[in-house]
Design a protein around this ligand. Structure first.
Ligand code: C2E
Ligand code: CA
Ligand code: CA
Length: 700
């Protein structure tokens, strides 16, 4: 089923690219052949008719003469000869050896002879031998069986010559064509042969009709062939036009994807191409949309046209390029080794970057190297299952890894990218059902006061307990959801669940501490974010001061004013707001200056490597002092060692969140770490001093 769109596309391609001219040629030949057969059958039938009707009379007359001679006794022959002469026809008699016994008039018998089938009655057909007269020797032709057939055109010519030739005294009327010929009859019991001149008379109108019919038939065949030829040329021109429209990109006026996929597959499947290495490329004009917004769509399209030209001009023989869609171009390049290919792509990118002297554009290129197949002897064999769409898609996948990159670059495809892509797809596909089925779980990581070792806060961290993939940490799915704009649902889910947990713990007599929830940068764009959070927390009946909102530093890059407004509103509604991962970005100090925040969370990176003595300690000391002077609390994240805790305590850090105290844990485990008010089940005060960190469930 997955192949259906491809099959449909191939069908359309077949219609456009198929050589329809062959159908026309075959049709033309069939019709021409049928017409020729029809005309010749008719001519045949007509000539038979003419022979039949015109000869019977003559035959009877000559037969009468032969009978007259035959019936006469030998001694009265002179009388017979004079009687026969009265008939006015030339004749002669031979013995059976061919010696002439008697001759009246001139013997003008020609060389050609043959038979005529003549119906003498309803049922009987007589085969009569005919000898051509020497003056009309070629007017009849013989078929394979020796039957004579008149030649219409020859007869016509003969008729027009009549006026100059005095060959026919019987021809009194110029409207009759009279062709002299001879007939023979065996007489005297087969001992003699009686030859007599006779005439094949055809009225001129019959002849003209006959010839006209043949000419019309001939013209008809010619017309049909000419029409077919015109139709063929028309089809060719139309097909060319159709394929031009079908394969042309309306924006770049160059080739489009249809053409690329069709020609690309053809090229890669060729026997000669099997020896060469090929790569399918996806080239993208980064921030093309921005260019269109800042200038105009028309100018943007003009830019695409120029990109298409430059790419096309950079191609060698047996290489292709086409505009795919929007800012993407597909290329098929030949190469010997990857370094050479890389250098060529860089050269193309270099030309493209300088396409406009007022701008420097960025281009990303994804490369998929098409496999070279070899047989058992190591010889290259023709590629078979070429699917250029899949290969281009792989090039796109490779290119998408450059998305965060601001400079031009090249990325080659490798199989791991497919796995990554599949995972992204799985996360996106299951995001709704995971919320509905409560597959997302809230883990809690406590924050402790390093001086008193008392619990002062907690951070809620998400986990995904997927029935298909097992237990997953946020790093494997949160960035995917963030990137694809689905993090709002997660943030809302977490706020609701944390508020619900806090309310339940309050009701159960626990001494709850503020729980911080991460709110993504993407979510902060919404105008009514503060109201959404307020309503969600209120709906669960949780006091607002038990919820804290953590904003990552990267969120501060967006609309500053909107950001400040939201923070102010959140504070006004009674929530605390903290800056997460302070120190991991570049404009931390700037953000601190403008944002009215309550808590500063020092990024875990501060505590990686050696913090003893060196510059790291100075920075941490100053950051804590800065926060204090701005009236902010400080939380140090990712603290794993006792020395770090002691150092932070000495510098006045308010809270520590790290494996030294506790790892993120399920809510039941976290509940055990909270104190309970009098009247509820008494528990020991939670104080921890360098105990073994609780083991978090293995997160993949
Ligand atoms: P984050 O907000 O900076 O969370 C702190 C991360 O550091 C947590 O990782 C925590 O397990 C880890 N951590 C804490 N102490 C230590 C330590 O001593 N050593 C080490 N090596 N790591 C420590 P986690 O839970 O994997 O979360 C990773 C990131 O995922 C979070 O970073 C946050 O950006 C994001 N995230 C987690 N939960 C949510 C959520 O509910 N919503 C949103 N939008 N993002 C979340
Ligand atoms: Ca956080
Ligand atoms: Ca953090």
């Amino acid at each position: 089923m997955a192949n259906t769109p491809k099959r449909k596309k191939n069908k359309v391609l077949k219609i456009v690219t198929k050589n329809h001219i062959w159908v026309n040629i075959v049709l033309c030949l069939i019709i021409a052949f049928a017409t020729v057969v029809f005309v010749s059958l008719f001519t045949d039938a007509f000539s038979d008719y003419i022979l039949d009707t015109k000869f019977v009379d003559e035959y009877e007359k000559v037969e009468y003469m032969a009978k007259l001679y035959d019936l006469n006794a030998d001694n009265n022959s002179e009388n017979v000869y004079s009687l026969l002469s009265e008939e006015g026809r030339e004749y002669f008699i031979t013995d059976n050896l061919g010696n002439v016994i008697y001759q009246y008039g001139e013997n003008t018998m020609g060389k050609n002879s043959g038979y005529i089938q003549m119906p003498v009655s309803q049922t009987e057909v007589k085969k009569i031998k005919i000898y051509m007269d020497s003056k009309a020797d070629d007017l009849f032709v013989m078929d394979d069986e020796g039957n004579m057939k008149p030649q219409p055109l020859g007869l016509l010519g003969f008729a027009f010559d009549l006026s100059e030739q005095d060959i026919d005294k019987v021809n009194v009327n110029k409207t009759t064509i009279s062709v002299p010929m001879w007939m023979s009859f065996d007489v005297k019991g087969g001992k003699q042969v009686f030859y007599c001149k006779t005439f094949f008379r055809l009225s001129l109108s019959d002849g003209v009709f006959w010839i006209s019919f043949i000419l019309v038939g001939f013209a008809l065949v010619t017309c049909i062939i000419v029409l077919m030829l015109v139709n063929m040329i028309n089809t060719l021109v139309n097909q060319k036009r159709l394929s031009k429209v079908f394969f042309t990109d309306p924006i770049t006026r160059g080739h489009n994807w249809m053409w690329f996929s069709f020609r690309g597959e053809q090229l890669l499947k060729k026997r000669r191409s099997a020896k060469e290495s090929y790569a399918v490329l996806d080239l993208v004009f980064v921030k093309f949309r921005n260019y269109c917004v800042c200038h105009s769509v028309i100018e943007g399209e003009e830019m695409l046209y120029r990109v298409d030209r430059i790419v096309k001009d950079s191609l060698n023989k047996k290489e292709l390029s086409a505009h795919y869609s929007s800012a993407n171009f597909a290329l098929l390049l030949r190469f010997k080794d990857r370094e050479e290919l890389k250098a060529r792509i860089l050269e193309i990118i270099d030309k493209l970057e300088r396409i406009d002297k007022d701008h420097k554009f960025t281009f990303h290129v994804g490369v998929y190297v098409v496999e070279n197949r070899k047989n058992a002897k190591g010889k290259p064999v023709r590629r078979k299952n070429i699917d250029i769409e899949r290969e281009y898609n792989n090039a796109c996948t490779a290119r998408s890894t450059l998305e965060e990159c601001d400079d031009s670059g090249i990325a080659f495809f490798d199989e791991n990218l497919v796995e990554e892509q599949k995972w992204i797809d799985a996360v996106m596909e299951r995001r709704r059902s995971a919320i509905e089925n409560e597959e997302y779980i809230v883990y809690y990581q406590p924050k402790y006061d390093p001086k008193t070792n008392k619990l002062r806060g907690v951070e809620a961290l998400i986990r995904w307990n997927s029935p298909d993939f097992g237990f997953k940490g946020p790093g494997s799915f949160i960035p995917i959801l963030e990137k694809n704009g689905f993090i709002q649902d997660i943030d809302h889910y977490m706020i609701t669940h944390v508020a619900r947990d806090q309310k339940a713990w309050l009701d159960a007599g626990y001494e709850c501490v503020p729980a911080s929830v991460n709110v993504s940068r993407a979510h902060f764009i919404e105008d009514d974010l503060a109201e959404q959070i307020r309503d969600a927390v209120d709906a669960e009946g949780c006091p607002r001061n038990l919820l804290e909102i953590e904003l990552t530093e990267s969120a501060f890059f967006d609309d500053k004013k909107a950001m400040i407004d939201t923070i102010l509103k959140l504070k006004e509604y009674g929530f605390m707001v903290s800056m997460d991962d302070f120190g991991s970005g570049y404009s931390s100090l700037n953000s601190l200056k403008d944002m009215p925040l309550d808590i500063l969370k020092l990024d875990a990176e501060f505590f990686r490597g050696d913090t003893n003595g060196g510059r790291g300690e100075i920075v941490i000391t100053e950051a804590i002092a800065l926060a204090k002077s701005l009236n902010m609390l400080t939380v140090a994240e990712g603290v794993e060692f006792k020395e770090q805790v002691e150092f932070l305590a000495s510098k006045g850090c308010d809270m520590i969140q790290g494996y030294f105290f506790a790892k993120p844990m399920p809510k039941e485990e976290y509940a055990d770490k909270m104190n309970r008010k009098e009247g509820f089940e008494e528990k020991e005060e939670t104080t921890i001093s360098g105990e073994e960190p609780s083991e978090e469930k293995t997160v993949e």
